[in-house]
Design a protein around this ligand. Structure first.
Ligand code: PMP
Length: 329
């Protein structure tokens, strides 16, 4: 049972599946449509922005990667982000020669945005909700942060926003230094399709396009464009499914607490939990021995925790039963 990479337990929307079935395979002879008009229009409509303000990529990982050559100078002032956040940020910094400043999270694993604002850096990255903690930052605080940093780019990674519902996308119309990055992997149950998008003002989108075109002009294939456009047009289906994930998250949090876990208050589709008596590595290993995969990070401050994806009700029950087999009563 795979509860280690935060996939959605529910299938993609029937409309997305129908688009896949209806796809004209003979058109695969041709390169994918550029500039991805239909997909960008579908995203723009769902997000309430214009297609010129949308960039699509091969997963949000690719977009986040492109942000470094697009918006940061090699050997410049660099990027700043939390010490405990998405582990790809420092990897991208190292790969693209961008120095990085890691701002420690508070004792309770919240991020003090004032401390991040104080960092000397060319641009700032925030995952909201954060990973692997799951902690969300209210939109009002994000807006104050973006306003305060108007002289430099602020990138908000909203991979888990479908389980929080306080997206900063509307702010992109007001603040030209804000880029919001989202994905089809979590909230749209399409991790295997590999598609993500960014929303921001046309100059930022143009920067991403120039970097993309220096590397791979067609990162989003034709099938993917058709399926994702159909998926994002079926908001009602996903709202219902993601609400189930959120209610299961709350149930799982309570059930874990009853079993002696401290669970950080998650706004994502996973929980980050530490047991009072059994170490993080041991919880991970015991679950693994029972066929349940969760994520454990051998890192300072968080090595006693496991990150557990919220599954379907049945999966969560199976996880809890597996825990009951080895946790002290
Ligand atoms: N941002 C965060 C915070 C993530 O956890 C992930 C998924 N591991 C991603 C971005 C990338 O997701 P994808 O490439 O599937 O869009």
């Amino acid at each position: 049972m795979k509860l280690n990479t935060n996939e959605n337990p529910y299938p993609p929307s029937p409309k997305a599946l129908a688009a896949y079935e209806a796809f004209d395979v003979s058109s695969l002879r041709l390169y994918p449509p550029l500039p991805m008009r239909a997909l960008r229009e579908a995203v723009a409509q769902a997000e309430g922005v214009a297609p010129e303000n949308v960039f699509c990529g091969n997963g949000s990982d690719e977009i986040l990667a492109l942000c470094f050559p697009a918006f940061f100078d090699e050997g410049g002032e660099g990027a700043a982000f939390a010490d405990i956040t998405y582990s790809f940020y420092p990897v991208f910094c190292a790969f693209f020669g961008v120095p990085c400043t890691q701002v420690p999270l508070e004792e309770d694993f919240t991020l003090d945005l004032n401390k991040l604002s104080a960092a000397k850096a060319q641009g700032l990255l925030v995952a909201n909700p954060n990973a692997p903690t799951g902690i969300g930052i209210p939109l009002t605080e994000i807006e104050a942060f973006v306003r305060k940093n108007s002289g430099r780019i602020v990138i908000v990674d909203e991979a888990y926003m479908p389980f929080f519902g306080q997206s900063a996308v509307p702010l992109t119309k007001k603040y030209e230094n804000l880029l919001v990055v989202k994905t089809f992997s979590k909230g749209y149950s399409l991790a295997g399709m590999r598609c993500g998008y960014a929303v921001g003002n046309a100059a930022l989108i143009g920067g991403l396009e120039r970097c993309r075109d220096s590397f791979n002009s067609y990162p989003v294939d034709s099938v993917c464009q058709a399926v994702c456009a159909a998926a994002i047009g079926d908001g009602a289906y996903y709202e219902e499914k993601n609400a189930l994930v959120v209610s299961e998250r709350e149930r799982l949090t309570a059930e874990l607490a009853e079993r002696g876990f401290t669970v950080l208050p998650s706004k994502a589709n996973f929980v980050f939990a530490r047991h009072g008596a059994v170490g993080g590595r041991e919880v991970y290993a015991q679950l693994r021995a029972r066929g349940v995969l969760v994520r454990h990070f051998e890192k300072p401050r968080i090595s006693e925790f496991c990150r557990i994806t919220v599954g379907s009700r049945e999966q969560n029950d199976a996880l809890l039963s597996a825990l009951d087999e080895f946790l002290p009563r």
